[in-house]
Write a protein that binds this ligand. Structure first.
Ligand code: TYM
Length: 332
């Protein structure tokens, strides 16, 4: 099993990132196989970014991943801009990927908004870089939230078509590995028709790793819900998306099913459920936040982790990149 995944170093980790991806990366560290986790800093520059802020965000996200439990002894942790094989392979793949495939990417449509002509070319083609990110390491499992599924399926198409074009088995087709239940798609606390996201202008819509205990509890208390008590079966949450989201979050952080959570809270209103959820979140997040502060205080250590990770990643990526160049007829 080769597990590969990445995260953009934009600002803070939020609960969606943690439940949809990071805590699963951590859990997969004890399974057999190899793991590569990276900061997708080349993705972060597809939209305007401030150089100093980006540098700071890379360190901050590295600290957050280590604090969440990523262990550099068990996983290769690096920034993909430190491994030139990523953009190199992205070029080879972009000569195989089709415009029509990229045109279907819903994330580009959402991120580019109304003014598509003003979006950077990189924002349009970044799913090709994402394909390179996983294909370079022969990823078999790509643990991601639901929103990345389409990009990983695109990577499968690109891998297949590159192999077909060169008549060689250069790449393994990667498969998305998406959590079951609500963790795959944690929704905004203000409007459950949108996913929880770093780009939501309202900070009340998400729980950030850096929120202190009181803030976490307040955000849950103010989360949008309805006046009905909790039902005893999932059917009773039909059409109550905000309620469903909170029940799903409780289930995900406790490692229980939603039915199980409902069995405990059936008949109770949010006046009782929300404080219990706030407590459960604080219990999960507070120790991570405490470790985050310790890692933050040691930027040299963070740089050393990234340097060592980049060296391992460069060595692991090079053979497949060389194979791709040769298979397509380059490099005598
Ligand atoms: P990014 O940085 O937006 O998100 C990182 C991970 O968090 C998951 N996630 C969520 N899961 C559940 N509910 C949510 N509300 C939620 N919001 C985010 C994402 O699905 C993701 O797993 N393009 C990628 C980064 C990337 C990548 C890759 C991922 C670059 N190369 C190669 C996998 C493989 C991104 O922008 O993720």
């Amino acid at each position: 099993m080769r597990i590969v995944s990445g995260i953009q170093p934009t600002g803070d980790l939020h609960l969606g990132n943690l439940l949809g991806a990071i805590l699963r990366w951590v859990a997969m560290q004890d399974e057999p196989g190899e793991r590569f986790f990276f900061l997708a800093d080349l993705h972060a520059i597809t939209v305007d970014s401030d150089p100093d802020q980006l540098r700071a965000n890379v360190r901050e996200m590295t600290a957050a991943l280590l604090a969440s439990g990523i262990d550099p002894e068990k996983s290769v942790l690096f920034a993909h801009s430190d491994v030139p094989a990523h953009p190199e392979l992205a070029w080879l793949l972009s000569c195989t990927a089709r415009m029509g495939w990229l045109n279907r990417m819903t994330q580009f449509k959402a991120k580019s908004g109304k003014h598509k002509e003003k979006a950077s070319v990189g924002l349009f083609t970044y799913p090709v870089l994402q394909a390179a990110d996983v294909m370079l390491y022969g990823a078999t499992h790509v643990p991601v939230g639901e929103d990345q599924k389409q990009h990983i399926e695109l990577a499968r198409d690109i891998a297949d078509s590159f192999n077909h074009r060169t008549s060689e088995e250069v790449f393994v087709a990667p498969a998305p590995y998406i959590p079951k239940g609500r963790a795959a798609r944690i929704m905004s606390l203000r409007d459950a028709s949108n996913k929880m996201s770093k780009s939501d202008p309202s900070d009340m819509s998400r729980i950030n790793l850096t929120d202190d205990d009181d803030t976490v509890r307040t955000k849950i208390k103010k989360a949008r819900t309805d006046p009905e008590p909790l039902p005893d079966t999932l059917d009773g949450l039909e059409g109550r998306e905000e309620a469903r989201n909170l029940v799903g979050i409780m289930a995900a952080i406790k490692g229980r099913s939603e039915e199980d959570v409902l069995a405990e809270f059936a008949g109770q209103g949010f006046g009782q459920f929300k404080p219990a959820l706030g407590d459960a979140l604080v219990e999960m997040l507070a120790p991570i936040r405490q470790r985050l502060e310790e890692y933050r205080a040691n930027p040299d250590k963070l740089d050393a982790v990234l340097d060592a990770g980049a060296e391992k990643a460069r060595a692991a990526a090079q053979p497949r990149l060389d194979h791709a160049y040769k298979a397509i007829g380059l490099r005598r």
